[in-house]
Design a protein around this ligand. Structure first.
Ligand code: DQA
Length: 161
């Protein structure tokens, strides 16, 4: 069964309570349940991870890189169909996170960057993303629907694999 990684950065574990006028009222668990039930219909597994610490997210990505992209390729029945990531505050600061994602691009694994709010309609420091230049697509300002849109795009890409 193919897998999609759904990664959420700092302060997204408190969605639902956190500035609902910006981020909505759904909790992260609500959003992940929705993603998983849609993915299940397509027989795709969702491996989700949320952490507030930059290095922990990078550790997770490095582990998955070794697991799915090691040169031995003995696990041919295990493939990564794509990565959906809301890097949250690290979007605007982290070269290290970008580097840990960029290696998946070399393996032709699509990366979608999602933001619940429209980062371009907010403070200027949020207008720059270190992640966007290495992403296949960016969704910003569609609320939790952004994750679902990215998921459907990965399904579409899967049909052409
Ligand atoms: C966010 C936007 C970021 O600027 C912010 O730091 C977040 C959430 C969003 O989903 O809109 O934590 O990524």
């Amino acid at each position: 069964m193919n897998t999609i990684l759904v990664i959420n950065g700092p302060n997204l574990g408190i969605l639902g309570k956190r500035q609902p006028h910006l981020y909505g009222t759904k909790t992260l668990a609500n959003i992940l349940d929705e993603i998983k039930s849609i993915a299940k219909e397509k027989k795709i597994k969702v491996d989700d991870f949320q952490h507030n610490v930059e290095g922990e997210i990078i550790n997770f990505l490095n582990e998955k890189y070794i697991e799915y992209c090691s040169s031995k390729k003995e696990k041919i029945n295990k493939r990564l169909a794509g990565i959906i990531i809301n890097p949250a505050g690290y979007t605007h600061t982290s070269i290290a996170l970008r580097d840990s994602l960029e290696v998946f691009r070399q393996e032709n694994i699509p990366i979608f960057e999602v933001h619940l709010s429209n980062i371009f309609a907010r403070e200027e420091f949020r207008h720059k993303s270190y992640i966007s230049p290495i992403a296949n697509g960016v969704v910003s300002g569609l609320g939790s629907y952004g994750y679902i849109a990215a998921l459907h795009k990965i399904f579409e890409l899967e049909e052409n694999v």
